[in-house]
Write a new protein. Structure first.
Length: 247
């Protein structure tokens, strides 16, 4: 059964979701892809495996079946494995609610969902460090604001959160999908949790994601809530942005 490959944390997260009247976004890593040797950036040409395709479809079906929600919006990194993950999840969801799920996948081209583009100001300065340090080392340097050519960690994370806010579903029972990469999710969670050192155990698995939602009428004054690995967290966007000014 394909769902045996789903990270266990995702089943735990469903039990912690707010009631269906509160719209949520699932910000997820893509499904299982081909494996490549090395510790750096996975190539953009790596595709989903057969198991990965089956998992994405099964997870989409299970998600809708067990939350009584509808996929109202979908955004994705332009990398094909992310687009395929989104499409397959929607296909799975269609088996439960064929007429209601969106079939439009909005490709975010400006780099916010592509690794490590959402956090980079000057790729020429930053790229050598990614190659030297590998993904984990690069993210640890980033969250400590220790790399040239990179945004301030809080600025980089706020940019991603604002994109999620802008594409967040507006109606009761709404679910939005945002499909991205491990480095983006790992860095975002670390900065939101004020975590300055990540280990391999902190790294998002393939098809592992974080559920997020916002309370408030505008992004800058909202309260962000998120579920990650069986725990519910929250922070004030205003206070979060103020931390940057104090640094």
């Amino acid at each position: 059964m394909a769902l045996k490959l789903l990270p266990k944390s995702m089943f735990q997260a469903i039990d912690l979701l707010p009631d269906r009247h509160t719209p949520v976004t699932l910000f997820t890593r893509h499904s299982i892809r081909e494996i490549v040797a090395g510790q750096g950036l996975a190539g953009y040409d790596l595709q989903l495996t057969t198991q990965g395709r089956e998992l994405a479809q099964a997870w989409g079906q299970y998600l809708i079946q067990n939350t009584d929600r509808v996929i109202q919006h979908c955004i994705s990194s332009p990398i094909q494995r992310c687009i395929d993950t989104a499409a397959l999840m929607i296909q799975g969801a269609d088996q439960i609610a064929i007429q209601q799920n969106t079939h439009h996948i909005e490709i975010i081209e400006q780099g916010l969902l592509v690794e490590p583009g959402s956090f980079v100001l000057d790729i020429q300065q930053a790229a050598p460090y990614f190659k030297q340090q590998g993904a984990l080392g690069f993210v640890n340097s980033f969250v400590n604001n220790g790399l040239p050519g990179m945004k301030h960690p809080i600025t980089g994370v706020v940019d991603v959160l604002e994109l999620i806010y802008q594409t967040h579903p507006q109606q009761a029972g709404g679910l939005s999908l945002a499909v991205s990469h491990d480095t983006i999710i790992a860095a975002m969670l670390a900065v939101m949790n004020n975590q300055t050192q990540l280990n391999k155990s902190d790294w998002p698995e393939m098809m592992e994601g974080v559920f997020v939602w916002f309370e408030g009428d505008c992004f800058s004054e909202s309260i962000l809530k998120w579920i990650w690995r069986g725990q519910l967290h929250q922070l004030s966007i205003h206070d979060f942005q103020q931390q940057h000014l104090k640094d």
